[in-house]
Design a protein around this ligand. Sequence first.
Ligand code: PXP
Length: 238
Amino acid sequence: MLLGVNIDHVATLRNARGESEPSVIEAAKICIEAGANGITAHLREDRRHIVDFDVFSLKNDLKCRLNLEMAATYEMKKIALDLLPDSCCIVPENRKEVTTEGGLNVFAQKKEIKEYIKPLLDAGIKVSLFIDPEKEQVSAAAETGAQYIELHTGAYSRAFGTKKETAEFLKLSQSASLAHLLGLNVNAGHGLNYRNVSRMHEIDKIEELNIGHSIISRAIFTGLDSAVKEMLSLVNKN
Ligand code: PXP
């Protein structure tokens, strides 16, 4: 199973100060050097974390495998066709949401999505549709021409360790099996963390997991010790 690291929240932290630290590119470089298989960045309409400069630097300077998460808007399509990332994951976007809340309703907008992604596919970009683990969404996705779906693992992640876990897990595994049967490649992500991620191994159809918040959060704790020690060595030097 592959790991794509979502680095949006490195940009969230950077933007909190409006300066250049922490560097998104440096963070992505460390992720790749640590063995991550790719970098995911969500360029939101309101640019609340990742900005245009970040995605172009990731593509042109770091040259890592880049998955651009984006809403199905005219502006984003234009950027994607300029940028030519390895893949685009189409997500629904709502200005007020804290993070992507639900999956894309492909079932209700099959024709529009098919038309929207065609130029991306023609440009050689792999297209993934971020959907809830529901049969009708998977079937609809298979009719759009997209090669991938990304199953929304948010409900499973929240249900982990509760009575609802099995039901949510089954939705994911059944959706992955159906997608595979229909010729789709399957990725998954959202809300996965160091406790709930291991069950994803039980779904052998999943090719890649996209994980962000838990990794960036963990990095604060695993890196804080050495960051303080390094600063102490500078503060105490006399
Ligand atoms: N996949 C998609 C489509 C997402 O929108 C996000 C959040 O930006 C993720 C994966 C990663 O989610 P998390 O940050 O909860 O790991």
